[in-house]
Design a protein around this ligand. Sequence first.
Ligand code: UP5
Ligand code: MG
Length: 204
Amino acid sequence: FKAPETVVIFVLGGPGAGKGTQCGELVKDCGFRHFSAGDLLREEQDREGSTYGEIIKTCIVEGKIVPMEITIKLLENAMVKALQPSESGEVWEKGKGTFLIDGFPRKMDQALKFEEDVCQSSMVIFFETTLEVMKKRLLKRGETSGRADDNEASIVKRFETYESQTKPVIEHYAKLDKVLRIDSSRTVEEVHEETKTKIFEKLA
Ligand code: UP5
Ligand code: MG
């Protein structure tokens, strides 16, 4: 994966912290591109003829991390595809070279592997809120989302994986001074404004 103009931003935070919502806001407002590891995995799970359907399904319900080779390949494919010229021929419209990688890396070995094989990240956005807020948001979404993991039992397991596996990734990048910490307990608009400001400060 070679695209020197590309800026890669990892977007992390617990389940339900608001990663997907905030990435959507950044796409609308700044033209960034959004790659959700979870969405790519769910798509692959449902793809006819996929060899990985069953393993992805089991991991998601159990809140476990899918073997990283699968996720990294899906992300890399999506990123390469995004770099193809669009129909209008415009690849590098405003912001389009900034890639938000949402919900990845969730575990230290994935972070190292991705940065070695695919590309280095410029920064990590960490949406931080309490487990209580996250749980409330997930249960509310579960009323309509149809997501196999938006239920009490899966939520508990997702939180455990987040605490034990993903938090060390955030700590690792914090030591490298790459983390933008953002309190995501507030409204979508408030969180978005602070996120945007902090990203552009860091990029400047
Ligand atoms: N909401 C959002 N922001 C709000 C705000 N400020 N105020 C009030 N409500 C707000 O938001 C969640 C809900 O809260 C929504 O209803 C939203 O409207 C509301 P969302 O933006 O969806 O939060 P997000 O952090 O994206 O939550 P998500 O559930 O997607 O987080 P997860 O990290 O759990 O899910 P993900 O899809 O990334 O992963 C799912 C599973 O896939 C993992 O558990 C794992 O099994 C697997 N996976 C891997 O194995 N490897 C990977 O690399 C990635 C995923
Ligand atoms: Mg999400």
